[in-house]
Design a protein around this ligand. Structure first.
Ligand SMILES: [Zn+2]
Length: 289
């Protein structure tokens, strides 16, 4: 099942277990970042992978936005998702143009450093919750688990795996999240983690399974499995040409007049999805009226 979150309850409703094969989604986003090195791809890919799974936990018009700030605070990663599974994410401009010598020699652990933070904003426009936590594990995935434990007081285990191929493509990407429900035995979280780690092959080949046989297969790994639903994830930016008129407004009147006089076009590009929007001189003229 590609780009589909599988939602289950296991151990007789003591644990909520969600997982997703999001190879397609992550490939689509990383293709837009093909100029960046593997450490940055891993940083963006893992963050998006986990947030895409978290989209399965929100409802209605709720959104979830995660901002990760590295120890060097000019380096940031942004990812957000809505309850329909529309996911987008990007590395900020400073990170994209970080010096080659710095970014090509660094590990993920050192990039995050000892002062990294995660900020999560969750909820709808009317009712928002913000939580900020540090990143003691410096590997993103355990740090997001740490966020849930600290900020939402929910015992959580998160796993995310991305396999890089030889070219710009990734071979697989999947994410899993287990959370203890009220009254659950505390050691169940370790049991789930162990089972996931000893069955990596299963989670890396989720696309082989369908709604017909997934519950049966999971029952070989966990006790009392019940599949409670499915929800899709997909890349969606939501940008529009109208949003880029603001950038034209930031140009000086002289620059705009010059473009009109020479019948030039002005191109703007969305840094999230890479789509370009072209403004012809008639449209630029509209701004000066
Ligand atoms: Zn866009």
């Amino acid at each position: 099942m590609e780009n589909t979150i599988v939602k289950t309850l296991i151990y007789d409703k003591q644990v909520r277990l969600f997982f997703v094969d999001n190879t397609k989604l992550i490939n689509e986003i990383l293709r837009l970042n093909k100029e960046t090195n593997n450490i940055l791809k891993l940083t963006l890919g893992k963050t998006i992978s986990v947030v895409s799974l978290m989209s399965g936990t929100i409802k209605g018009d709720q959104r979830i936005s995660l901002q990760m700030t590295m120890s060097d605070p000019k380096y940031k990663v942004f990812v957000d998702a809505d309850a329909k599974g529309n996911v987008r994410g990007y590395l900020n401009g400073e990170l994209l143009k970080a010096p080659y010598d710095y970014i090509n020699k660094i590990s993920l652990d050192r990039l995050i450093g000892n002062k990294g933070t995660i900020r999560v904003i969750k909820g709808s426009a009317m009712n928002q919750f913000t939580g900020i936590t540090d990143m003691p594990y410096r590997n993103i995935v355990d740090d997001i688990s740490h966020y849930f434990i600290q900020s939402e007081q929910t015992q959580t285990y998160i796993g995310a795996n991305i396999g890089f191929g030889n070219d710009n493509c990734i071979l697989f990407s999947n994410a899993i999240c287990a959370q203890l429900l009220p009254g659950a035995k505390p050691d169940l979280i370790d049991e789930v983690e162990n089972t996931v780690n000893t069955n990596r092959g299963f989670f890396s080949s989720l696309n082989k399974y369908s709604k017909n046989n997934i519950e049966e297969k999971l029952s070989e790994l966990f006790k009392d499995v019940k599949v409670i639903g499915y929800s899709p994830v997909q890349f969606f930016c939501g940008c529009s040409k109208e949003m880029f008129y603001g950038i034209l407004h930031s140009l000086s009147e002289n620059e705009l007049k010059q473009a009109i006089k020479n019948k030039e076009t002005i191109d703007t590009a969305c840094q999230i999805c890479g789509r370009t929007y072209r403004f012809n001189y008639n449209e630029i003229q509209g701004l000066l009226r």
